[in-house]
Write a protein that binds this ligand. Structure first.
Ligand SMILES: [Zn+2]
Ligand SMILES: [Zn+2]
Length: 114
């Protein structure tokens, strides 16, 4: 299990270790990235992860991580729904590229339905 933890730290950048916002990355595994909540807009990704566009058993799907982080940038917190994009963790090799009902309801709560 790999964490997709996102703190209030806050250009989509892929960065190593300490990158100047007081929330250093932890190397391979663990935290994959983090983003600030609105209206900051910064989103950071740990360069030491095995990122992939088509992840194998020991790789992490960059698309899924970025989609999750965009949720935070828009103001969403973590979901309790294991299938949701906004669930706090993702397994290696798993793609979560489609918003689930819980993700949709979260964003509609923030921004409305029209
Ligand atoms: Zn998160
Ligand atoms: Zn950061």
């Amino acid at each position: 299990m790999v964490a997709l933890l996102c703190y209030r730290c806050g250009s989509p950048d892929i960065i190593n270790g300490d990158h100047g916002d007081g929330i250093p990355f932890d190397g391979l595994g663990g935290v994959l990235g983090h983003s600030f909540f609105p209206t900051d807009g910064r989103s950071h990704y740990d360069a030491t992860e095995n990122w992939s566009d088509d992840p194998g058993l020991y790789e992490t799907d960059l698309n899924s991580a970025v989609l999750h982080e965009i949720g935070h940038l828009l103001g969403l917190g973590h979901s309790q729904d294991k299938n949701a994009v906004m669930f706090a963790t993702i397994d290696h090799g798993v793609k979560k590229r489609e918003l689930q009902q819980d993700d949709v309801e979260g964003i509609q709560t923030l921004y409305g339905t029209t």
